[in-house]
Design a binder for this molecule. Structure first.
Ligand code: HEC
Ligand code: HEC
Ligand code: HEC
Ligand code: HEC
Length: 209
């Protein structure tokens, strides 16, 4: 009789050992977070490898990590007409500024916040024009200009990180590529004018009169 118990203990011990061994695997559908689950299960959905990679095409991207979110945004520097700024900005601004009627950046008309709160050098780094600058004097890369905006617009920024503000390009499966703030908002004139819907219902207007 005794040796049967002994065998039982050995078997139970082995089963327990296997449970410990496999408990951290994904076989049971146990994931640390919903994001982990989506990422793992979308990789090989019904035997097919799904990815948004194909939809990204030839958009040049950079990868960013903000809090727990890691995603791609479009690269900016190659899109900015007058970059690199230091092709002209080789000396301090006051030495370059003239009283010509036609200014170098005549096409930039700042209409963002109150003139007392914001001017060109709130965002542009006079020590090195190739970078942006934070309120505390730290440099910010032009490719990461969302960091500039986030200083003053924390609510849209938080929403954007989670994917609620702004637009996702490609598909819903990883990798995630989201437009960055300046893809939609001109930093010099960020406000959108209110518009009527494309199909304006004139009949309803008549009825209301
Ligand atoms: C083709 C030459 C040229 C390039 C390229 C250029 N700048 Fe300038 N920029 C100037 C000159 C000249 C001035 C000063 C005189 C003026 O305002 O006309 C100036 C002035 C400025 C000022 C001060 C404007 C003011 O009204 O006080 C800012 C800010 C500025 N540039 C930012 C940039 C940034 C950022 C870039 C790159 C994205 C850039 N510039 C690229 C020529 C250039
Ligand atoms: C709120 C922050 C902010 C302010 C204020 C601001 N800029 Fe900019 N500026 C930016 C950002 C961000 C970009 C890059 C946008 C992008 O990625 O397309 C930029 C781009 C530029 C460029 C390159 C544009 C191009 O297409 O070549 C120039 C030149 C420039 N700024 C000059 C100025 C001047 C001059 C002023 C003041 C009249 C000014 N900026 C005020 C944030 C700002
Ligand atoms: C130094 C602070 C500061 C920075 C940096 C800044 N903003 Fe603003 N922004 C303001 C203020 C102040 C206003 C005007 C008050 C308001 O409407 O919230 C404003 C207005 C706006 C508006 C219009 C809001 C509306 O109600 O229509 C948008 C959009 C916007 N900013 C986007 C941006 C983007 C995008 C960036 C980065 C390129 C940026 N801002 C950087 C302070 C800032
Ligand atoms: C895909 C385009 C898109 C992107 C990307 C985007 N926005 Fe917007 N944003 C909009 C639109 C559209 C509105 C609504 C305008 C309205 O209702 O008048 C808006 C509204 C805003 C407003 C004013 C309303 C509010 O909620 O306070 C601010 C400020 C703003 N965005 C900042 C940002 C910042 C900062 C980023 C980047 C972190 C960003 N946006 C990214 C399109 C975009």
């Amino acid at each position: 009789m005794k040796h049967i118990y002994k065998r039982l203990y050995i078997i139970l011990g082995f089963v327990f050992f296997m449970m410990v061994l496999t408990s951290c695997k994904h076989g049971e559908g146990e994931y640390h977070s919903i994001n982990d689950k989506i990422e793992a299960e979308s990789k090989h959905y019904l035997g097919v490898t799904v990815s948004s990679e194909d939809h990204i095409g030839d958009i040049k991207t950079i990868q960013i990590t903000e809090g727990e979110h890691m995603f791609l945004i479009p690269e900016r520097k190659s899109q900015i007409k007058s970059y690199a700024c230091t092709e002209c900005h080789t000396k301090p601004l006051y030495e370059m500024q003239s009283h010509d009627v036609k200014k170098a950046h005549w096409d930039i008309d700042l209409d963002h916040a109150n003139d007392n709160t914001m001017n060109c050098v709130t965002c542009h780094n006079t020590n090195n024009m190739n970078d942006l600058i934070s309120i505390t004097g730290n440099t910010i890369d032009f490719n990461k200009s969302y960091q500039l905006c986030s200083q003053c617009h924390s609510k849209p920024f938080e929403d954007w990180k989670g994917g609620a503000h702004g637009k996702r390009i490609g598909g819903w499966v990883p990798p995630r590529l989201s437009m960055t703030c300046v893809n939609c908002h001109n930093p010099h004139q960020p406000h959108f004018e209110s518009r009527w819907p494309v199909r304006f219902n004139t009949q309803k207007v008549k009825e209301r009169e």
